[in-house]
Ligand binder design. Structure first.
Ligand code: NDP
Length: 448
């Protein structure tokens, strides 16, 4: 049996209750086969893959807090410190009822390779809780965040582990957690990224993941002698990544005609009105039904009653920006049949393995989230640099660095795929390019 198959068997046995982690490990290790096979003897002797798929450390903790009725609620918190071979752990915190250890491990594992691709010195980690901020008052969110950080602060620090936001964790939550960290540890340091601009945040961090997604998509089109100008795009999600992806897509001349949240999706043939979407999602924290109510050109589709999603709308480019496994084989077939030529992932692992394979088999240019959404963590690393320097860079400076990083990522993953005879397979290219640096650093640091 090959070394990759042996380790995949082990991953399945040891993590049987964690399907998302098994999915992520399978996708990565499968595509690394040519690299592993070429170095099989030394990697096997050093148990490199066994070490890679096992987090260095993981924490699971109780998070008690008091709701507005005076009732004590108890949630579970997690932080997985997956791999620190190339730098301090870095990766977001997700607050969503679906969070469990397997979800956090899949995200932390992906983060190792994504962070490596940015070419910045950051290791892989991820955390979060099954707490649902939706429908909670500001005071309840603050009570939860303070309790969460009271425990988490024991394990993180500006030079050890620097969390950021993810689903359900935006500027408000980061602010409450930063305040609590400072209060308990007595340290004013860059322990979190995604901070507000008045207390150490970076300009362009809010926009970074969505903008970065479009910068790499633009480079992909350019390198295929094509352009985003005049293209129709379908986006899922209506959160941080989706909003700024839509904004940048419009700036680059494409027209985005959909967005979605967990209950429904919008089709707006005139193009999504980003300012209206921001007002509804960022200010009012309301549902997309309000978008349709305010905009005559828009249709609202309820997912539960209609059983449809935005992938049925014909487009040139699909940008999944909501959550994992939101685009399955059936959706992929519909997109291809409707003439979609490119799929670039804003979310983490939004396409199932079968959907990804279908896109690749049908000549769709497909860039997986590990590469295409790396702009968020890259800009978080730029926020860390600014915090260390005690300086703030201008929006233009950060945005220009972000664009450079995304263009470099495109060329690195393209080159890595070509080096192993898999031209155009950007998924394999991303895994290989991300892995090579981490593997070399792990080997250099001995058995640890
Ligand atoms: P937000 O919480 O800001 O937005 C998430 C969006 O996705 C919301 O519209 C939400 O709808 C929808 N959504 C969440 N869960 C589900 C679900 N189970 N089914 C359908 N829709 C869902 O999160 P972000 O925009 O920050 O993150 C989106 C994705 O991008 C995630 O996969 C995240 O890991 C990834 N990512 C984010 C980065 C960042 O910088 N923020 C960086 C890199 C990756 P609703 O409001 O109804 O829940």
């Amino acid at each position: 049996m090959s070394y990759v198959d042996e380790v995949l068997d082990l991953v399945k046995k040891q993590n049987a209750s964690e399907p998302e982690f098994i999915q992520a490990a399978t996708e990565v290790l499968d595509s690394l086969r040519p690299v592993i096979d070429a170095n099989e003897e030394v990697y096997r002797k050093d148990a490199l893959l066994e070490r890679l798929v096992n987090p260095e450390r993981q924490f699971k903790f109780r998070v008690p807090w008091v709701d507005d009725k005076g009732q004590v609620q108890v949630n579970t918190g997690y932080r997985v410190q997956f791999n620190s071979a190339i730098g301090p752990y870095k990766g977001g915190l997700r607050f969503h009822p679906s969070v469990n250890l397997g979800i956090i491990k899949f995200l932390g594992f992906e983060q190792i390779f994504k962070n490596s691709l940015t070419s910045l010195p950051i290791g892989g980690g991820k955390g979060g809780s099954d707490f649902d901020p939706k429908g909670k008052s500001d005071r309840e969110v603050m009570a939860f965040c303070q309790s969460f950080m009271t425990e988490l602060c024991k394990y993180i620090g500006a030079d050890t582990d620097v969390p950021a936001g993810d689903i359900g964790v935006g500027g408000r939550e980061i602010g409450y957690m930063f305040g609590q960290y400072k209060r308990i540890r007595g340290l004013y340091e860059g322990v979190l990224t995604g901070k507000g601009l008045t207390y150490g945040g970076s300009l362009a961090r809010t926009e970074a993941t969505g903008y970065g997604l479009l910068y790499i998509t633009e480079e992909l089109f350019k390198c295929h002698d094509n352009t985003l100008e005049g293209k129709t795009a379908v986006v899922s999600g209506a959160g941080n990544v989706a909003i700024y992806a839509i904004q940048k897509a419009h700036q680059l001349g494409a027209k985005v005609v959909t967005c979605s949240d967990s209950t429904g999706w919008i089709y707006d043939p005139e193009g999504i009105d980003v300012e209206l979407l921001k007002e509804i999602k960022e200010v009012k924290r309301a549902r997309l039904t309000e978008y349709a109510a305010a905009r005559p050109s828009a249709e609202y589709h309820d997912k539960a009653t209609e059983g449809t999603n935005q992938w049925i709308i014909p487009c040139d480019v699909a940008l999944p920006c909501a959550t994992q496994n939101e685009l399955n084989l059936e959706d992929a077939k519909t997109l291809v049949a409707n003439g979609c030529i490119a799929v670039c992932e804003g979310a983490n692992m939004p396409s199932t393995i079968e959907a990804t394979e279908y896109f690749q088999a049908n000549g769709v240019w497909f860039i997986g989230g590990k590469a295409s959404n790396a702009g968020g963590v890259a800009t978080s690393a730029l926020e860390m640099s600014q915090n260390s320097e005690r300086l703030s860079w201008s929006f233009e400076e950060v945005d220009a660095k972000l664009k450079d990083i995304m263009v470099n990522i495109y060329h690195n993953i393209d080159d890595a795929a070509k080096r192993y005879g898999m031209e155009g397979n950007y998924v394999a290219g991303a895994n290989i390019a991300g892995f090579e640096k981490v593997a070399e650093a792990m080997q250099a640091q001995g058995i640890c």
